[in-house]
Design a protein around this ligand. Sequence first.
Ligand SMILES: [Zn+2]
Length: 446
Amino acid sequence: MLLWCTPLLLIWIIPSRAASFCTKSDQCPIGDNLGPPPAIAEARYDHTRIYQVELSNQTHVELFQKLEEASDSCSFMGHARAVGQKLTIMVTSHKVADFDDLLHSYNVSHRILNYNFQELIDENYRDVAPESSGPEQLNWKQYFPLESIYKWMEMLAQQRPEVVTMLDMGTSTQGLPIRGVRIAFGRENVTSVFVESGIHAREWIAPATATYIIDQLLNSPDPRVQEMARSHNWLIFPSVNPDGYRYTFKGDRMWRKNRALFGICRGVDLNRNFPFHWNVTGASGDPCRYDYSGPSAGSEVETQRIIKFLEDNTQTHRIRTFIALHSYSQLIMFPYGHSPKRVENYADLKAIGQLAAQRIKDLSGRIYKSGSIYETIYPSSGGSKDWAHGHLQIPITFSYELRGPPDSEQLFILSAKEIEPAASEAFASLQTIVEEAGKRGYYQLI
Ligand SMILES: [Zn+2]
């Protein structure tokens, strides 16, 4: 999802032994609380609650605007903007009583979506494949860390060198490579599809969907998919924010931004950092906020890597399609985010987006909405797809919010059981986008 939250807040040291949970020394076996210090500190969300509140009047709108400004114990998914809006808020355990009191004092209708967010996170971590698993074991029933995804792509490039080539954008802020693959079956004079994924670290379904797309393009037995795969070249980067993605496995599962250090806080929201109407709306100037747009337009290493890659390759590889993968809310969006101004091919993108959403409904029954970012979710600026469309003039530009639904009880912590259904419906709709854009002449070479 585009919005969310201040990095929370409760940093607990993970005990290295069960005995460290003792609260009284006389209940602890002697010596058992004297182990080596734990290797890492990990954010915990024990008894953190998820509320959905309804803003019934202007007083409510202003109340929640003030609350978001005042409290880093309440993490908002979206900003309070309008009467009638439903807003999801994560409340840390020590603030639950105060928050509940506030709801009753101002007569705010609400429901509690989750009482203990840590349980979901624990379950999600159990769905992560061990680091020791080999590249041939990658699948869509578990989540995989960055190293496993990279090894898997390397394996594909070794197995099918005539089709798969490793790509490298360069390194991240903390020195990790930003790697992807090019899939090309050798047809001449075809256009390319660029897929950017994982720019928001905690949206794990995005890299998982990117690897699913790679697998389908290479291995699907469906002749229609094979024809689409061969009719384009594909440039796919499963994680363009590798520092952030790594940190969600060994630090804070809810981390969103990159890991650049700014005084007391870390991280720029890379999807607010692109140099196209930068920082005009829906972004923060505060490095401690989840949607910090950065000290200047295009300030971040990762943003610069994506910009350079696309500037170097859009003409030579004829990139005509740009896809960005996010979660959650089940949306298929197109530019712009900074303004209600319509892009020049609004009618085509609107029609294509609606057909893509219909494809998902037919396939899985899931409801996805389609429209411009501004009209579908909320105003935001400095996003990569706005830059790709507005600056580079890549005509077919879509950004997905994958599963779950807008009122999801899991937020970004999508169960691993949903990886395959979520990725397969996204892939089917991507097929619709590419086929429909082709019918409308977007891939014709002059
Ligand atoms: Zn996102």
